[in-house]
Design a protein around this ligand. Structure first.
Ligand code: AMP
Length: 410
């Protein structure tokens, strides 16, 4: 017997409903905000991620599925979407066709992490990339899209916000941070001891060490006038949009390319893996990848984590009608009614296992059907059907016609 590989999973019908519903809502909100879909390849040249995600990041150092193909090329299953979108913009010169591009994607990602609840090795991200403007209004729009999507799904979230400043600000801050961390090196976990030189910002969001870093220098004090103004104007606009956020000076995000704004969507419903998604501004990435100087901002959300919350809230789409039949002739008539109603766009179902009436009623309840139609031999003789409202429990005999059933369902 084979089982799926550790860290991967099958999406079975009991769950695929949630996926379809989430994908529908994502496409709806992206259309409202005027974002267009892009679909990117499953693998890219390894160099792309080394150069953009960053050589020193956890993803590139430890988590990429990299292999040499038969032509001797080093390829990597994509661990995140932004590098591919940036590559595609440059490859097809999309920035020359339009000065402002707004894209979204729903894509599988691959990271060799330790699997646990809400953490897989193959997972799905919904992401958006807003390319071409450095305005703080864009950061506001990007955060607002993610926030409103999650709010519309009934998910309780808040936004953690920080600014990493520009290259110069960060350089100055990292210098101070390294001194601070070296002074406390003995108190840090073994991973963070190594990070001091390679990737000191990452120490700030280490779950193990966060308690030890209470008096860490605040990056806000190192921001230049332009970066500080960007942050303050963004906070002002978020407040005006009634977006609930919290400034978190320890939020750094794991990737190399962020400048100025970084943020994360967090939900208390998730426990340890509480981040639903995150993103930020990446004003230098295009330039670093050999393109022109194009500012951009985006985020990525883990769809498995959103589904975990949706499932907790049991939002399965109910049936409108379940048809119970007793006997061969009733089954034939029930089947034809089912067919007629489906042609009218009505979500309905019946039993095909010749179960007892009691078992059929139980099935109707399980499917959360709003109404039940009962067809028995007696009813056929009388030319009448039993129509039951499962909400109120009331039932009555109705005439045997499609129009009458539809009238009651509507
Ligand atoms: P990141 O850009 O790495 O912060 O990822 C953005 C979001 O993707 C996270 O907040 C998670 O919701 C989701 N995510 C990241 N890694 C995984 C994983 N291994 N399994 C499931 N979801 C993940």
């Amino acid at each position: 017997m084979f089982e799926c590989v550790k860290g991967t999973k099958d999406i079975l019908p009991e769950e695929s409903f949630y996926w379809q519903s989430l994908e529908r809502k994502i496409r709806e909100i992206c259309s409202i905000y005027n974002y267009e879909e892009v679909r990117i390849p499953t693998f890219e040249r390894t160099e792309l991620f080394n150069k953009s995600t960053g050589e020193e990041t956890e993803i590139v150092q430890k988590q990429m599925y990299t292999f040499i193909d038969k032509g001797g090329r080093s390829l990597t299953l994509k661990p995140e979407g932004t590098p591919s979108v940036v590559r595609a913009v440059l490859q097809y010169s999309l920035h020359k066709k339009s000065m402002h591009n707004k894209f979204y994607y729903i894509e599988r990602m691959f990271r060799q992490e330790k699997p646990q609840k809400g953490r897989f090795r193959e997972f799905t991200q919904f992401g958006i990339e807003n390319i071409g403007s450095g305005s703080y209004f864009i950061d506001g729009e990007v955060i607002s899209l993610g926030y409103n999507l999650l709010k519309n799904l009934g998910i309780d979230i808040y936004v953690r916000l920080n600014s990493l400043g520009c290259d110069e600000d960060r350089k100055k801050y990292i210098e101070k941070l390294k001194i601070y961390l070296n002074d406390r090196k003995n108190e840090l976990c073994s991973d963070c001891k190594e990070r001091i030189e390679r990737n000191p910002l990452r120490v700030l969001d280490c779950k193990i060490d966060s308690g030890n870093l209470k008096d860490v220098p605040d990056i806000k004090e190192f921001l230049c006038g332009g970066c500080l103004e960007h942050l303050e104007k963004l906070m002002e606009i978020l407040k005006s949009m009634n977006i609930f956020f919290e400034l978190d000076r320890k939020l750094v995000r794991g990737l190399d390319y962020y400048t100025r704004t970084v943020f994360e969507f967090t939900s208390s419903s998730l426990g340890a893996q509480d981040a639903i998604g995150g993103g930020g501004r990446y004003d230098n990435l295009f330039k670093n990848m050999g393109g022109p100087d194009i500012p951009a901002c985006g985020f990525a959300m883990g769809m498995e984590r959103i589904i975990l919350i949706m499932k907790k809230e049991e939002k399965k789409e109910p049936l409108l009608l379940y048809i119970c039949t007793i006997g061969e002739e009733a089954e034939r008539i029930g089947f034809l009614i089912l067919d007629e109603l489906r042609k009218e766009g009505i979500r309905c179902e019946k039993d095909f296992l010749k179960r007892t009436l009691k078992a059929q009623m139980r099935e109707a309840e399980k499917m959360k059907s709003k109404y039940v139609l009962i067809i028995g031999e007696e009813e056929i003789k009388k030319g009448r059907l039993i129509f039951k409202d499962m909400g109120t429990g009331e039932q009555e005999e109705i005439t045997f016609s499609k129009e009458e059933i539809i009238r009651r369902l509507k």
